[in-house]
Design a protein around this ligand. Sequence first.
Ligand SMILES: NC(=O)NCCC[C@H](N)C(=O)O
Length: 244
Amino acid sequence: MAEGLVTHVEREGVDVGRAVEQWETYAQALRAHGWETIEVDPADDCPDSVFVEDTVVVFRNVALIARSGAESRRAETPGVEEAVASLGCSVTRVGEPGTLDGGDVLKVGDTVYVGRGGRTDAAGVRQVRAAFEPLGARVVAVPVAEVLHLKSAVTALPDGTVVGHVPRVDAPSLFPRFLPVPEAAGAHVVLLGGDGLLMAASAPRTAELFADLGYEPVPVDIGEFEKLEGCVTCLSVRLRELHA
Ligand SMILES: NC(=O)NCCC[C@H](N)C(=O)O
């Protein structure tokens, strides 16, 4: 992790012991909300491989294995490919020269927003369309310049409202319902089911806002991962409705 990529932030030393504890707490929060967790085989030569969200995008039962815009991350995919295949997904891969990081893909119902930015190029966007439109997805391309990935800027609440911290969102008007949040780290929620929203502990004011809107924020400390530009979404991939 000491060699993990940093693009928009200053490098800070990562305490690996603490990172492991934070990862355990994160996984435990998923399980406490009824999720089964499956650990992908680690790729120990890849310093960013804990950010598993970037390696795959799943829509219905099709898993699109990413080809990262960062070369150092391209060897991360075998473990995740094996994991999704063993769960019954049909696997397809982003082909050269296209690039795609899973963190650039935000699904809201059948709408699949794809960030075109530093890690995902136009060919990558086209390959998302080719993989998922035949399954009923509507793919919407979104320019991303201010942050690493689309989902560093925005995610969505259970009712589909897109949330983001305005200074980091390139084009809020692309989203039909957009709610500004007061903290950059508040833009990241993982939907736990029901009203539960897994969030970074570093966004307490946004947690208050969401609680006031009837949600149940579940804060977790992911400070060590934030040093490498990670957020709550990037440490897992949630698989639902695999056989829909
Ligand atoms: N989806 C994500 O937010 N991924 C975070 C990736 C961080 C990693 N250090 C990277 O630059 O690729």
